[in-house]
Every structure is written in C-alpha cells, then in structure tokens.
Design a protein around this ligand. Structure first.
Ligand SMILES: [Zn+2]
Ligand SMILES: [Zn+2]
Length: 366
C-alpha cells in the first residue's frame, strides 16, 4: 500500500509538465516521506525539463523543497513525523572518497536516487524523482540523509529556498570564493542564486558589491539586499568595474548565469590574481576560449563550484543564524507564490529572466 500524491509530471524531455497522480511506496529502510509545504522553481528544473541536463523520464522535477516529515522508514534516527525539514539534493553518503575528503557536495552516490524510479504513474509506469528529490508534488519519499531539520519558527515558504538557491549563492561566496571583509565582489546574474550571492557578499563584509543584470526591475531589490552598485551588461563593463576598484578590477566575480559569454565577463572584470567563481549551470555545447598568454599574464583563478561547495547539514544552521539575525532576507527572494499547476509559467519567467524565485505553496497556513 502506498500513498497517492499530486505531482507535476514531465512525461518527455522538452514536453510540458502536467499535474497528475503518482503513487509513492511507504518509505523503506533509511527513507522518509515528506509532505511538501513549499518548493522553489530553480533554473536547473528548467534545464532538466528542456534536456540541457540529462533526466530520465517520466519524472517529477523540483529539488528546492521544504515540508514536514509524514512518515519514517525502518532505522531512521533523529527524524519523526511532524518535524519540519528542508531537502538536500546532494545527500552525502559520508563514506565515499569525496565525502571523506570533506567534499560532500561531490559525493559519488549523491546522484543515485535520481537514477532509480521512486513511484508509479496511475497506469503503472515507473517515475523518477528529479535530482533525487521530486518536490513538485504534494509529498515525496527521500533518503533520511536528504532531510535537514529546521526550527519550528521558520516559515517553510522561505526555508525552501535554503535547499538550493541560498546554499548555492551564499555558499559560492563563503565556501568556494572565501571572500574576505573589504574585498570587491561582482555578481553576474540576479536570479535567486545571484541575489543570494549578493547577500552572501554583504554577510562576508565585501565592498564594493557590484551586481550586473540586464533586467532593470531587479536593481532596487539587489540594492536592498546589499549591492552597492547595479550595472547593466555592456561592452565597457570591465572599464566601469575597474573604475570602482582602484583601476585593478574586482577581487572576485561570481557568475550565476551559466553561459560562456557571462563566464568570459566574470573572468574579464576580475583583477590580476583575482578569482572568478562559476556557479551557473551551463550546457555542454556552449564553449569559451582563452588565449595562451592571458592565463599566465592575469594569474587569475577560474573555478567551478557545485551547490556552493556546501555541506547542507553544517551550512543550513549557519544560514539560519544569519536569517534569525536579519542578515539574510529569504522573503525578498520570493517574487512569485504559485500553485503546482503554474510551474510552466514559472519556467517562462526564468527563461525571460523575470523575477527572482517562484515558489509553489502547497499548504497556505505555513
Ligand atoms: Zn536548484
Ligand atoms: Zn559520498
């Protein structure tokens, strides 16, 4: 006997999401059933739906979720029905080489759950959980290691954003770039991740914090969250940023778009010896080139970053401390509250660069 839930199902890559019933089994050993309260719509969901990132189908996407534990399987310790949790889409095994190396965001087994069907459509077809989470649904079943307990006082619609955008954006600044007080930071792209990176830069004590974004409607929001300057992309962007950074270029650039053109910009606006951190997930067909001289001449670091190089178990409590002390504004990142039927509209906003995060709200009371 399983549980029948409502889910936005992707039947074929490139096709639309449609809300239908999915039957989930009772949680097995080490698993937990979570009743979602809220799920953010992330650009990676759009990439999975459109085939830029690989996704077995049919699938229930959605990986930025928060909710309450509905049932626990055998052998699950530390979680009980009713506990509020945020979901981790890279649940670490804690035993592989990467985990033991202190790099749980690169865990060899973190992607396993996404490859296995976790439930069935009404006609019996096995269905996969997108990124192992399947949070575009009223409930999901995940490993207990994908659940991070939350205090009772955090609204789950805000807590959901911790699960991807905020761990990724703040983590890129804190864990990957390791920005120090007084350093200059440029953030390129102001979606949910970019706006979280701006806040991360403010928390780190960066100055100036220059946000680069095409959509002018996000300038006020970026300033409110910590940007000291907001610039539109332009051919002379490097010159304008050098003018703000003693003629040198920025100590750090954080690229939150995932396109060759913006990665190139992040590289170009960084000072000699500076660091460009690439957070945006791009496509394998979008390539960029470097001439052989500039790599040594500029002595910059260009580094990728996965999930903000975070260990959510350790980093979520740190983020919650910033939240409780009003250094981290989660509410401001939620620009659209939607229902499960409206994920396609949220995808359209993401593709057009409108708004920060659209968040599906399943339980209006929390
Ligand atoms: Zn995401
Ligand atoms: Zn591992």
């Amino acid at each position: 006997m399983g549980t029948v839930v409502q889910a936005a199902v992707l039947r074929s890559v490139g096709g639309p999401l449609a809300v239908e019933q999915v039957e989930l089994p009772e949680p097995g050993p080490g698993q937990v059933r979570v009743r979602l309260a809220a799920t953010g719509v992330c650009h990676s969901d759009l990439s999975l739906a459109r085939g830029t990132l690989a996704q077995p189908v049919p699938a229930v996407l959605g990986h930025e979720g928060a909710g309450t534990v509905a049932a626990v399987g055998e052998g699950v310790a530390g979680l009980a029905a009713g506990d509020p949790v945020v979901l981790n889409w890279t649940p670490p095994c804690r035993t592989c080489w990467f985990c033991l190396q202190g790099e749980p965001y690169l865990c060899e087994r973190a992607g396993d759950a996404a490859q296995r069907p976790y439930g069935r459509l009404r006609d019996g077809t096995p269905v996969h959980p997108g990124l192992g989470v399947g949070a575009f649904a009223t409930e999901t079943v995940v490993g207990a290691n994908a659940c991070i307990r939350l205090p009772a006082d955090v609204p789950l619609v805000e807590a959901a954003l911790l699960g991807c955008a905020v761990l990724t954006g703040v983590g890129a600044v804190r864990n990957a770039a390791r920005v120090r007080p007084g350093q200059s930071v440029v953030v390129i792209g102001l979606g949910g991740v970019g706006l979280a990176a701006v806040q991360g830069a403010r928390i780190a004590g960066a100055d100036p914090i220059v946000a680069v974004e095409l959509a002018s409607d996000k300038a006020d929001l970026a300033r409110r969250l910590g940007a000291t300057h907001v610039l539109a992309p332009s051919a002379d962007l490097g010159k304008r940023i050098r003018a703000l950074t003693g003629g040198r270029g920025a100590d750090h650039a954080i690229e939150c778009v995932g396109r060759a053109e913006t990665i190139r910009s992040a590289w170009s606006v960084t000072r000699r010896g500076g660091r460009a951190t690439v957070v945006g997930l791009g496509s394998r067909t979008d390539t960029l080139t470097f001439n052989a001289l500039e790599l040594t001449h500029f002595a910059r670091t260009l580094a990728g970053c996965m999930y903000g190089d975070s260990d959510p178990t350790a980093d979520v409590p740190v983020l919650l401390d910033h939240y409780h002390n009003r250094r981290l504004d989660l509410r401001a990142l939620v620009t659209d509250e939607i229902t499960l039927d409206d994920v396609e509209d949220a995808f359209a906003r993401l593709a057009a660069g409108r708004g920060a995060r659209s968040v599906i709200r399943f339980q209006p009371d929390r």
